[in-house]
Design a protein around this ligand. Sequence first.
Ligand code: PEP
Length: 256
Amino acid sequence: MHRKFLIAGNWKMNNGITDSVALVDAIKKRTMEVRFVDMLVCPPFIALGAAYGAAAGSLLKIGAQNMYHEAKGAFTGEVSFSMLRDCNVSYVILGHSERRTIFDESDEFINKKVCVALENNLLPILCIGETEAEREKGATFEVVEKQLKGCLENVSSKRAKDLTIAYEPVWAIGTGKTATPEIAQEVHSFIRGKLVEIFGKNVANSVRILYGGSMKAANVEALLSQPDIDGGLVGGASLVAEEFCSMIEVAEKLSL
Ligand code: PEP
């Protein structure tokens, strides 16, 4: 089954308003002809509104890098789904490994956000993936299954069709060490199998599973050529318009 590729840029804590607008402008100009690939950038919270404005008239979508599960109230420093909706955000990255390790986010906590996002028309990109130590001791599948099931608790099949999963081996994030296409495909196929068990075949076949971890123009074609890799969640390489757009163009070429 063909799933439309999604190439998503996670800008992390980079680019204020001026730089975000400049980067969106550059991406927009270069991708005007792209038709068959979903394109997304996720700037920091403070730049979401400006990035949305800059993307107007193009197919480039804007996403957030995180959110809190409560609607409003005394949660200093947090941002809710309704605030993201107000900024015209379509996607939200949840459970990124940096949130899990630096900010101690658990599967249970991430699960609350996934449910709230799905109930409020925000498309979650749920990140899962093993550390280097976990891979070395042969625990990759166990870790990925635990994260997937923990973060998807109480998600109905009806809602699950709006999910995107990002498999991001922690050892490959920002390290320049990319998983080989075969290693990535093995885990993606495992994840797809678990989605079949949880939500049934139809939903599992429609959910996109992105790869993330030092993806760049030089390795994107080999990764996207795997049957269960439906796009990329790109960190470092998404900060350079030329590199990011080249990746989108490869995805477009593979979609024709
Ligand atoms: C990420 O942070 O989601 C990521 C995949 O980063 P990088 O592409 O820099 O490895």
